[in-house]
Design a protein around this ligand. Structure first.
Ligand SMILES: Cc1ncc(COP(=O)(O)O)c(C=O)c1O
Length: 401
């Protein structure tokens, strides 16, 4: 008998990444313009890399506390507090756990909160890891889809609230959203929090794009559940160094949780990664110390990319797109659904026939309906604006097949 037949069904059922399938289709084609992954093509700032090198030079090769270096937890708490709007409760370092990336923080939260058989509600489209993680734990995920109205993705708040009942263990919501750029308005957050308090539902808020927000704000971040929640609320907020500090490959993130959860999260960390590597944590500390220089520059560059790419794409006949308010992505639709409805097939053809690497919209949806067909995700974060223009030209040429 094959060993794999004895593995857990939930794991056997996991789908192969659709982005990976697109990349595989392009194997052997050297000149593909790759916009499929959610990361900038810019290397991590030198001051951060130097901090990691110095830490290793000093022989910091040992375990740290499960929850992270105390000085890093303090720094994250101060950083997060400074991003909150007026009147928000300060974030205490005792509520922070340092993790190996945002994805590890999400998985830890799901392990801590979700049992087999539990019901989870997720707002989709969303980065596929968020809907897969509860399934790995044996939970069922009920999706409430944002609705594309003239290319703009919107939340049907009454529909979401109706979906969250006392049987709902956890709500998963990611805003600013990957892939749509949709963000939660303050009023929507307040309604969701009030409703979840009544139903006893935990909220897992994925706010890794909170700094990548293009609307004017007084405090440099998208609306966060941390602005309005009490420390004791059933709320876990996940964040990451990946996007705001150009640190995707470092695998460093954190979560903010209620004080009573911290001790138990430390135990759970012990059984997952034990702790994030110390030299990576040192790099994170320096990243936060330089946040005022690094992050606004990253956001400005991304805004320039958006303001370059979006009008070019909008000018292509047959492309439907609204400018994202946050995140790193242009999420657009090819209108001719008879030709382009199957986004996975379209993305594979684009990479093979046009040398353009995009992520298929279907990767972010669970059972997409007709209105959710034909979408493609373009990661806008490029240092070279000409590359974005070149990509649009390839798309245009290909559409004129
Ligand atoms: C919505 C969302 N959450 C979390 C992550 C995790 O990022 P990381 O694990 O690199 O911190 C990503 C990465 O693309 C993402 O898009």
């Amino acid at each position: 008998m094959e060993a794999k037949t004895n593995m857990r069904q939930a794991v056997l059922n996991l789908e192969e990444s659709m982005i990976r399938q697109v990349a595989n289709a392009g194997m052997g084609r050297g000149d593909v313009l790759k916009f499929w992954f959610g990361e900038s093509d810019e290397v991590t700032p030198l001051v951060i890399r130097d901090a990691a090198a110095a830490s290793l030079g000093q022989g910091e090769t040992f375990y740290s506390h499960n929850l992270g270096l105390p000085e890093l937890r303090d720094a994250i708490a101060a950083y997060s507090t400074a991003l909150r709007c007026a009147g928000a409760a300060p974030i205490d370092a005792g509520r922070i756990a340092v993790t190996s990336g945002g994805v590890n923080a999400l998985m830890l939260a799901v392990q801590a909160l979700v049992d087999a058989g539990d019901e989870v509600v997720a707002v989709t489209p969303v980065w596929p890891n968020l809907t897969a993680q509860p399934v790995i734990m044996g939970a069922t995920v009920k999706c409430v889809s944002l609705k594309p109205v003239a290319g703009q993705w919107q939340l049907d708040l009454p529909e979401l609230l109706a979906a969250i009942t006392p049987k709902t263990r956890l709500l998963i919501v990611n805003a600013p959203n990957n892939p749509t750029g949709w963000t939660l308005a303050r009023g929507e957050q307040e309604a969701i929090l009030a409703h979840c308090r009544q139903t006893g539902t935990w909220i897992l808020a994925d706010e890794v794009y909170e700094r990548l927000y293009f609307e004017p704000t007084s405090h440099g971040a998208a609306p966060s559940f941390l602005d309005i929640a009490l420390p004791e609320d059933r709320l876990v907020v996940v964040n990451s160094f990946s996007k705001s500090f150009l640190m995707t490959g470092w695998r460093l993130g954190w979560l903010v949780m209620p004080p009573a959860m911290t001790l138990h999260m430390g135990k759970l960390l012990e059984f997952n990664t034990s702790c994030a590597p110390v030299f990576v944590q040192r790099a994170g500390l320096v990243a936060i110390e330089h946040a005022a220089d690094i992050t606004p520059r990253v956001v400005n560059q991304l805004k320039t990319c958006r303001d370059t790419l979006v009008p070019l794409l909008q000018a292509v006949p047959g492309v439907q797109l609204t400018s994202p308010k946050g995140g790193m992505y242009a999420f657009f639709r090819l209108e001719d659904q008879t030709r382009f409805g199957d986004s996975l097939a379209t993305a594979k053809r684009l990479v093979v026939e046009a040398g353009l690497g995009l992520a298929p919209g279907n990767a972010f949806m669970v059972n997409p309906g007709p209105a959710a067909q034909g979408w493609l995700r373009w990661c806008m974060a490029s240092q070279d604006l000409a590359r974005l223009g070149q990509g649009v030209q390839r798309l245009e040429r290909w559409l004129g097949l």
